[in-house]
Design a protein around this ligand. Structure first.
Ligand code: CS2
Ligand code: MN
Length: 343
């Protein structure tokens, strides 16, 4: 009997052939936007093995349902990232305990669903912020940008943190709330086999719209690591945000070393006060040296291309989260990983 085209595709095992150099290497993971079966299949076809999902709300059922869809396409869930209910934890207000309880139950559900990483940030009032969503990059592709002088036009690019009430918060208060957050969650995370990976403040300013920012330097990440030696206390090395800090990327990867448990791969041109994002292969950072540094520190965790340019035909997409640029970024990253592995 002759198989039809679709049946032939469906009967072909995902990631059937994995060359030897992938065995002890990083895990390619991706955010999937829009979250469709076609996009899941597309990622699986190009060699991506894991996905990063947004927090889908409380309860195990939704996580299990997403897992079923992801597994059907030959992929695994590496991490939950974004849309976490932790705004009142950051502000340390009367809803602190309620949100801690929701996070503890998330960690338990992640254990049930076999999801090993949760990526969070400690920016109060906003998520990542930009003042420009359509800056021109190579060939007229669109990238996002930031200019502190135009901060009143800033857009927070995450639905959960738009229009938050604007109570000011100091750096000292944020450190206190962070410490309480870690004291509550790290023991549970450890027991559940989940790692918390802190994402830096983007942009890494000292203060923004009346709120202090604390995860804005290499030293503050070292301080975070000193708060607890739990193996569940990890770092999400968002390369683009560290580049905004103006630090040497490969040297910083080596400096933070094994505390880096999750990686966002991306680059920018400029400074933390004024920058634009770039194509992954078109920024000032030596991306080969960065990948080499991840290999030197023995990093085998999930790595994902972070924000990507919006390419022709994708002008209406979610800034930073369209598909075509992501395919290009993965191809480039795969080449760098193989190259770095072999020399
Ligand atoms: C962003 C964020 O820079 C980024 O990675 O796209 O939405 C990110 O997912 C959250 O800030 C992580 O906590
Ligand atoms: Mn990032």
């Amino acid at each position: 009997m002759q198989l039809g085209l679709q049946e032939k595709r469906d009967s072909f095992p995902a990631n059937f052939i994995r060359p030897e150099y992938w065995k002890q290497n990083m895990q390619l993971t991706s955010v999937v936007t829009p979250f469709t079966d076609d996009n899941l299949k597309l990622l699986s076809q190009i060699g991506v093995t894991h996905v990063t999902i947004r927090y889908p709300g409380p309860g195990l059922e939704m996580l299990q349902a997403i897992k079923t869809r992801v597994t059907a396409c030959g992929l695994q869930i590496a991490a939950i990232e974004g849309y976490l209910p932790i705004e009142n934890i950051k502000l340390g207000n009367e809803r602190f305990d309620e949100e801690i309880a929701e996070m503890k139950s998330l960690l338990q559900n992640m254990q049930q669903a076999g999801i090993p990483f949760v990526c969070y940030n400690f920016m109060a009032g906003t998520d990542w912020v930009r003042t420009e969503l359509k800056a021109p990059e190579r060939g007229g592709a669109f990238v996002t940008g930031f200019d502190l002088e135009q901060a009143e036009q800033a857009v927070s690019l995450s639905e959960t943190t738009r229009d938050q009430e604007s109570a000011p918060v100091t750096a000292e208060e944020l450190w206190t709330n962070l410490k309480r957050f870690l004291q509550e969650l790290l023991p549970v995370a450890e027991a559940c086999g989940v790692t918390l990976a802190m994402h830096p403040d983007d942009p890494p300013l000292d203060t923004f719209m009346g709120k202090a920012r604390i995860m804005n330097s290499v030293e503050s990440f070292e301080r975070l690591m000193e708060l607890s030696s739990s193996p569940a206390n990890g770092i999400c090395f968002c390369q683009g945000t560290f580049a905004e800090m103006g630090v040497d990327i490969p040297a910083t990867i080596e400096r933070l070393g094994s505390h880096i448990r999750y990686v966002h791969f991306r680059d920018i041109r400029g400074t933390r006060e004024r920058f634009v994002e770039t194509f992954h292969d078109n920024g000032p950072t030596d991306m080969f040296a960065a990948v080499k540094a991840y290999q030197n520190i023995g990093f085998t965790g999930p790595i994902r291309p972070d924000h990507v340019p919006q390419l022709v035909g994708e002008e209406a997409g979610e800034p930073g989260y369209t598909m075509l640029g992501r395919l290009h970024a993965f191809g480039y990253l795969q080449g760098l990983i193989e190259g770095a592995q072999k020399c």
